[in-house]
Design a protein around this ligand. Structure first.
Ligand SMILES: [Zn+2]
Length: 393
């Protein structure tokens, strides 16, 4: 063994590919890269003992709002719209800490009114001790008078969507966020809202974004808004409640990635009075979304785990436990659910090569969680260690 090598004896390994967990595994790191993964063989004493742990790749939340908290109080939520940067920074710092506590090292942000998250990212990027990689949209774009104010700026009438993407580009932006529907009704089951943009506008947006190296993430619920998003070649459908089987088939064909944010609906259900209409509708919406996820897996749609943390009752970090639990409820194995939060999610991240799975040649960036795979996802509350690029943090 080379003196620079480190060998970890893991109780269990979930490697992020979706395949079954392996038991009793030796993971060898050479120059901070994984150089081999093999079954445990006795006879050496220089192993780092992680036999009480399950090791998984670092997690990614593919849909968050770092500058919005999950607080329920409408007044507090409204106040957040008017936060200055310093106030927002204190809140974002807390959210970052909560993500790290739950083994999340990458987040894809869906925008906020003042683009505070983008500013936070640019101020903290690359600094020592900054272990959460933030991928930011800045402002989400929506049509004046329609849903989306909390997430960004409306498109000024007379201005084209593609033009706004070029002109409003700011350094540090990693993707473009567009809002193409309303939110889901909590009083009427499955009520569809109209799209905000046309297919031509969305196609123009994709061309504009791709020409500056950005992908397009689109908030869309309902058959027609989602159909347009998929047809126009946008990269991800965010939420996608009530999109229906035909859209799921189209997404499987086109390779459009789905971020179903199931836990938002569970939070509405959990935080409403059990006998109320809201509770009843939220519960039906949740059941419908779980059925869509089950269908998506059958059709071969790639699902990336995202929580929409910042939505009422959805909290940064712990929301990932909720969403993993709901993916299990939809019929995924824990290994498949972890894949949604690792290798699938990392397909949306441009500058983190050799991550997403723990395999030969990949970065040794992982989370050691106390307990066996069957203890997940709750055991994410009991993280023993996090390693980034071959080093314990
Ligand atoms: Zn969102």
């Amino acid at each position: 063994m080379n003196s620079k090598d480190t060998i970890i004896h893991a109780g269990w390994l979930i490697n992020g590919s979706g395949g079954p967990a392996s038991k009793d595994v030796l993971i060898k790191l050479s120059d901070r890269i994984i150089s081999s993964i093999a079954d445990y063989t006795p006879g050496h004493d220089e192993y780092l003992d992680f036999t009480d742990c399950t090791i998984i790749p670092a997690l990614c939340d593919s849909h968050t709002h770092l500058a919005i908290s999950g607080r329920l109080d409408p007044e507090i939520r409204d106040n957040q719209l008017h936060y200055g940067y310093d106030q927002a920074e204190a809140m974002i710092t807390g959210h970052v800490r909560n993500y790290l506590k739950h083994g999340v090292l990458y987040v894809r942000d869906g925008g906020d009114f003042h683009a505070h998250t983008l500013r936070f990212k640019n101020l903290h990027h690359g600094k020592k001790g900054n272990n959460l990689s933030i991928y930011a949209a800045g402002n989400g774009i929506h049509v004046k008078g329609r849903y989306g104010q909390l997430l960004g700026m409306h498109l000024t009438p007379g201005r084209e969507l593609a033009q706004a993407i070029f002109e409003d580009f700011r350094p540090g932006m990693d993707h473009v966020k567009i809002v193409n529907s309303g939110v889901n009704s909590l009083t009427e089951f499955g009520k569809e809202t109209s799209p905000q943009f046309s297919v031509d506008e969305l196609k123009g947006a994709v061309r504009a974004a791709e020409s500056i190296g950005l992908k397009v993430m689109v908030h869309a619920n309902g058959k027609e808004p989602v159909r347009m998003v998929v047809e126009s070649g946008c990269h991800t459908v965010e939420h996608g409640f009530f999109m229906d089987a035909d859209n799921l088939k189209r997404m499987a064909d086109k390779g459009t990635i789905w971020v179903p944010t199931i836990c938002t609906m569970k939070a509405y259900m959990d935080n409403s009075a059990p006998e109320s209409g809201v509770h009843h509708v939220a519960k039906k919406n949740l059941t419908h979304q779980l059925e869509q996820v089950e269908m998506a897996i059958r059709y071969g749609v790639t699902i990336a785990l995202g929580t929409d943390a910042g939505s009422p009752g959805v909290y940064h970090g712990s929301g990932v436990i909720e969403e993993l639990g709901l993916l299990l409820k939809a019929g995924l194995s824990i290994e498949e659910a972890i894949k949604c939060a690792t290798s699938n999610a990392m397909q949306l991240i441009s500058d983190a090569p050799n991550t997403g799975t723990l395999s030969n040649g990949n970065q040794a960036t992982f989370v050691a969680i106390k307990g066996k795979p069957a203890d997940l996802p709750d055991s994410l509350k009991k993280i023993r260690e996090i390693w980034v690029n071959g080093k314990r943090i």
